[in-house]
Design a protein around this ligand. Structure first.
Ligand code: AQP
Length: 327
């Protein structure tokens, strides 16, 4: 195994989507055999906005079951729930004591949503928790989409500043941009990405747990255009190109090759629906089995938590020591 450590989390802010699967989960599953991988359900990050505790608990459990059902192997990678490892919150505080108000004020989420009445303080400080998520495991590489790069940049800045103030403590992580082709767009509005925090019944969002009929219906109703020409052209034909991207990604082919083998929009939608259903059906089945067997799920959760605590402990101890809070 390579000595690279990489790390990624998914926030349980909604039922996971096909976008989360193609853009994140499927990649985690492939990478777990190449790197020392840390993959976690970022439950604490879902608390920065209004939430219902019962739904939050249910989404956290369901997201973990989807991690495992998609093929993450707790013996191979470290698969865990963030709040099971209290070191995340502890280190986040040390990093809040390292960060400057100015740099946190410039974070996009805070700039966009931070001035609404009732904004939670955690919407301002969560980038320190995200930096802690990364620095606690000495991750060399953090695979991120473009919208996340600001967070990794901050983690790098905080690691460098902490190291220079208190002595060499943290690995400074490298940003590993994820290919843009992995972006799955909303089926009803292909101008934006498919997003899990959209309303539960959003017609443009395929959920990993949707049943086959629902998936087929959503794809049948996907927005295309009036050309009726199957062509891969994301700029001028975003709806059709999105379907081609999904089908290409699921069948491991370049989207332009897929386009040449299909002649009508009807065929494209049918082939895409078939591929999505074939991929998601066994995952959904395994997810449901895991939820029916809490003892098995719990065993895996405990295994992940123990591995994550062991891996993070030396980094937290070093940070405590460096900043001067241990005797
Ligand atoms: N549509 C997408 N296409 C490809 N990849 C996607 N990801 C999310 N949506 C798509 C990837 O899934 C991971 C989840 O990261 P996150 O939980 O931090 O959420 P996010 O990136 O903010 O994505 P969501 O699903 O849209 O969540 P909400 O709606 O809560 O903001 C990341 O690796 C992301 O790239």
């Amino acid at each position: 195994m390579s000595t690279f450590r990489d790390l990624s989390g998914i926030t349980p802010s909604g039922q996971l989507t096909l976008g989360n699967y193609l853009g994140a989960l499927r990649r985690f599953v492939q990478r777990q055999y190449e790197v020392d991988g840390y993959y976690f359900v970022a439950d604490l990050h879902a608390l920065t906005v209004d939430h219902d505790p019962a739904r939050h608990r249910q989404l956290t459990t369901s997201t973990m079951a989807l991690f495992l059902a998609s093929g993450l192997d707790p013996e191979q990678a470290t698969v865990f729930v963030q709040s099971d490892v209290s070191a995340h919150v502890h280190l986040a505080y040390l990093l809040e004591c390292t960060a400057h108000v100015g740099e946190l004020s410039r974070m996009i989420q805070f700039k966009q949503k931070g001035h609404r009445p009732g904004t939670r303080a955690s919407l301002f400080t969560y980038p320190c928790l995200m930096a802690a998520d990364i620095l606690l495991y000495g991750a060399d590489r953090v695979p991120v989409g473009g919208d996340q790069s600001q967070h990794v940049e901050l983690a790098r800045d905080l690691a460098i500043r902490f190291n220079s103030l208190y002595g060499d403590t943290f690995v400074v992580p490298e940003l590993e941009p994820v290919a843009l082709a992995a972006r799955v767009l909303d089926l009803q509005d292909p101008g934006r990405k498919m997003s899990k925090s959209d309303p539960e019944d959003a017609a443009g969002v395929i959920r990993m747990l949707d049943n086959p009929d629902v998936i087929a219906k959503k794809i049948r109703r996907a927005v295309t255009d009036s050309d009726n020409e199957v062509l891969y052209d994301p700029k001028h034909k975003p709806g059709v190109s999105n379907l081609l991207d999904i089908l290409a990604s699921l069948t491991d082919q370049p989207p332009r090759d897929v386009a040449t083998s299909i002649t009508t929009y009807g065929q494209l939608k049918q082939a895409t629906a078939d591929a999505v259903i074939t991929t998601l059906k066994p995952i959904r089945r395994r997810h449901d089995e895991l939820l029916k067997n809490p003892a098995e799920l719990n065993r895996m959760l405990v295994m992940g938590a123990v591995k994550a605590r062991e891996a993070s402990e030396p980094f937290l101890a070093a940070a405590n020591q460096a900043i001067g809070i241990t005797r």
